[in-house]
Design a protein around this ligand. Structure first.
Ligand code: GLY
Length: 354
């Protein structure tokens, strides 16, 4: 992994085409813009090597201006995966200020009639008020901002969003839809649909992982047993699914008819591993620990580690970004590395657990 990747104030490495060796670089407005700084902070925490910290300090400001960008719900990913990680290492008021500013911005997208934060503004001819399961991940920014500032508003918005998601986003079998479209005037559900899954009724793997992680994290801040129950039910759906390969790395969608020839998604497995280590701490259910350990062992093999001959700022190959758009299929993607490193840190804190 090329860790001394040069700081560029205009673009961050997001993914890579392993055939052409071209690295896809994105500006700060991209939803992934906080992950590279986050990776460097986490590498510093894992190794204590100051060169990671120096690089992390240089990369962190990259996503700062996104704390006032209200164009999508992704302000949580962009701001919290960089500044939130920075704050775990350096207790700086300036980091706290960016997090609170980001939370303020995210709350401008909240509609009390719907009880949710609006995810996206595009596809207006199709959707009136789309809310995606990924949005659960942005609630961590809100919960932390209330802790930092003492202002309960951000936490209240997070709780209302989680409750609305709990009510509308899950199926009977505890898998979740990707997108719920609401009527912003009445708050009623208009459509249960998808953008990144195989079809509306399919089960997009990373979406299930966002749900497990998102409700486990929301339980951390609220101790609401309904959140824990949902996280466990969706984890069970994922872990026991007949279409999950033996090594625990899912196909990108559990219902892609081309399984077993469908691409895998390492990123979904890493989000699950990180979520399950935390879920284990609240439930002491050893199957979560065993499953997360299994997928962590699976990815740390030649099958998934990015070919060491390739000089690139990525650890793992074989993630799938957006299959319906034919975008980032079976490639190294930065957020797989982020959640792997986070899972490693969480596993270390569980030392001695088997
Ligand atoms: N929108 C985040 C994702 O692709 O999972």
């Amino acid at each position: 992994m090329l860790l001394d990747y040069p700081v560029d104030s205009m673009s961050m490495p997001r993914s890579m085409n392993t055939k052409t060796l071209e690295i896809r670089k994105v500006p700060s407005r991209d939803w992934t813009s906080g992950f590279f700084a986050g990776n460097l902070w986490q590498l510093y925490r894992l190794t204590g090597d100051s060169k990671y910290k120096e690089q992390a300090q240089k990369w962190t400001p990259f996503s700062k201006k996104e704390s006032v960008n209200s164009n999508s719900h992704d302000v949580g990913f962009k701001v919290f995966c960089s500044f939130g990680e920075a704050l775990k290492v350096e207790n700086k008021k300036e980091y706290e200020a960016v997090i609170v500013k980001g939370a303020e911005t995210l709350c401008t997208r909240f509609n009390p009639k719907v009880g949710s934060i609006r995810s996206w503004d595009f596809n207006k001819e199709i959707w009136d008020y789309p809310v995606i399961i990924d949005n659960m991940m942005n609630l961590e920014l809100l919960f932390e901002a209330s802790k930092i500032s003492g202002n309960p508003k951000y936490r209240d918005v997070a709780i209302q969003h989680a409750n609305t998601t709990l009510k509308n986003q899950f199926r009977e079998d505890n898998s979740c839809y990707h997108v719920i479209d609401y009527n912003p005037t009445t708050g009623e559900v208009r459509k249960k649909t998808t953008l990144q899954g195989y079809n509306d009724d399919s089960v997009w793997a990373r979406g299930q992982a966002w749900a497990v992680y998102g409700f486990t994290m929301s339980y951390r801040y609220t101790k609401d047993p309904a959140y824990l129950k949902q996280a466990e039910a969706t984890a069970k759906f994922f872990m026991t699914n007949k279409n999950l390969p033996e090594d625990g790395i899912p196909y990108w969608d559990f219902k892609d008819p081309s399984i077993p020839n469908a691409p895998r998604d390492v990123s979904a497995a890493m989000v699950m591993a990180s979520g399950l280590y935390e879920l284990y701490t609240y439930t002491k259910n050893k199957s979560y620990l065993a499953f997360a350990d299994k997928v962590m062992a699976s990815v740390q093999t030649d099958k998934y580690i990015l070919d060491t001959q390739i000089k690139a700022p990525f650890l793992f190959d074989h993630s799938t970004g957006n299959w319906p758009k034919h975008d980032e299929i079976d490639e190294p993607i930065i957020y797989a590395d982020y959640y792997f490193l986070e899972a490693l840190i969480k596993r270390q804190s569980l030392k001695g657990s088997k």
